[in-house]
Design a protein around this ligand. Structure first.
Ligand code: FAD
Length: 276
């Protein structure tokens, strides 16, 4: 796991067949829904897999940014498919980010599309594990499909779940999945319900968005100490490194955080996808 696969195939040119703005106003960030038509060229485009795009001026594979395919429709009488995805606009335009480039696309435009890439996260076995989801600078958007996968098993989730996100350490905010308020992260009703199903035994000390890093750090470490825990981490490498430093400072014992993390990695209980 880590960066998108090293050997990235040539992009396929996709055409925008539909564009709409899903979330427009505050408090959420704008979310754009795009339907793209493409000839699969023997590649398997399925819901839940990721595709990737490149901001103008950046290079693959480092500059690729992933977007999960929400749905796929076969176009009748044609060797092509329509894929639908959502793009959450972070409003930051550093020499044109991928998001600003995608947000400017209009019906009829063409765009080089990379992938598909396998979705990086698998759910724990059974339904009793504890889970920690950390969005390091990208919100909880990368975990939408994980929530769907768990929901598809039709089990009541018995483990505790902690969902955190933040742009500095990934630990700044508790994700509460509030209807409306958080639509710029869950995007649609089905995902809102899938995240909600995980929240039945939410392991937060307080159901308070403003509880702050310290309360979240406490909650994270406490949950890691309860065993049977899976940690899912997605986002920027630098933010993930800041999280490591925050946790090491909190524990004060040199190497303690790294040790705990490495044990989870060894057991396949720490799954991450990080990019620069
Ligand atoms: C498995 C996976 C699936 C994903 N699926 C989706 C998806 O379906 N839809 C979707 O919109 N995104 C998705 N993402 C996130 C997406 O890949 C990018 O991280 C995001 O779109 C930002 O890319 P960018 O190139 O525009 O910004 P970058 O050029 O990488 O960053 C530009 C600047 O903006 C800042 N920034 C970036 N994102 C944010 C943010 N959310 N809040 C505040 N500041 C930010 C960065 O720190 C940086 O300073 C997914 C990520 C993963 C790993």
């Amino acid at each position: 796991m880590g960066k998108p696969e090293a050997a990235v195939e040539e992009p396929i040119v996709a055409r925008v067949v539909h564009r709409s703005v899903l979330v427009e106003q505050a408090p959420g960030r704008p979310v754009i829904k795009l339907m793209l038509n493409l000839a699969p060229q023997g590649r398997a485009f399925v819901a839940g897999a990721d595709v990737a795009f490149l901001a103008p001026g950046s290079e693959a594979p480092q500059g690729l940014r992933r977007y999960s395919i929400d749905s796929v429709g076969k176009v009748p009488f044609e060797e092509s498919v329509d894929i639908t995805l959502y793009v959450r606009d972070h409003g930051v335009v550093p020499d044109r980010s991928t998001v600003s480039f995608l947000a400017e696309l209009r019906q009829g435009d063409s765009v080089p599309l990379y992938g598909p890439f396998a979705y990086p996260f698998y759910p724990p076995m059974g339904s009793r594990s504890n889970m920690i989801l950390i969005g390091a600078g990208c919100g909880v958007v990368p975990f939408r499909h994980l929530a769907h996968k768990i929901q598809a098993r039709r089990l009541d989730w018995m483990g505790k779940v902690l969902m955190l996100e933040g742009d500095e350490t990934g630990l700044e905010r508790l994700y509460l999945n509030e209807p409306g308020v958080d639509q710029d992260q869950y995007f649609d009703g089905a995902t809102q319900r899938a995240f909600d199903a995980l929240k039945t035994r939410y392991s937060a000390t307080a159901f308070d968005r403003t509880a702050g890093v310290q309360a979240n750090v406490d909650a994270l470490w406490r949950l890691m100490g309860q065993g049977r825990v899976y940690v899912y981490l997605a986002g920027y490498r630098a933010i993930a490194e800041a999280m490591d430093r925050t946790m090491s400072d909190y524990l004060r014992l040199p190497g303690r955080w790294q040790e705990a993390k490495e044990a989870l990695i060894r057991d396949g209980h720490w799954l991450e996808i990080l990019y620069d």
